[in-house]
Write a protein that binds this ligand. Sequence first.
Ligand code: OFO
Length: 173
Amino acid sequence: MLSKKMVEALNNQLNRELYSAYLYMSMSAHSTFIGLKGFSNWFMVQYQEEMTHAMKFYDYINNQGGQVKLAEIAKPPTIFESPSDMFEKTLKHEQFVTKCINELVDLSIEEKDHATNIFLQWYVTEQVEEEGNDNDIISKLKLIGGDGNGLLTLDKELLARVFVPPTGPISGI
Ligand code: OFO
């Protein structure tokens, strides 16, 4: 059973995960527009991942007898200065999401809500991976600098990323 405060907090995070999906879809579209198919693929896979993150919250709230309340999704940026700009913004956003997940964990401890605490552990681990991936690509972009060939090589690498759905049934995925 979830407290009213916890349902509200989980619904807020569901909305943030949907915004994350929207943000990365926007980055994917921008990458396609500037001719970087690999970057476009990477961000589209990220969009798919974020949808699973959102739907895991959706299922958890439902399964625990809470009410899912969908809210407006904020407009994402549509223009980016460069591939580095997209990944700097991605890292900044993921650091914000990590902070939000940590606050949710704090709330679950405060409320002695063990089930939600266990549920959230998956996200704690996931955020380490998310930030790690972003840091890795940012480092490569720094090494590449203004080298067009280097950028195209990275673009090719990012084209290989494939979406791997998390184990277990997730609604709508
Ligand atoms: Fe859902 O991990 Fe990114 O936002």
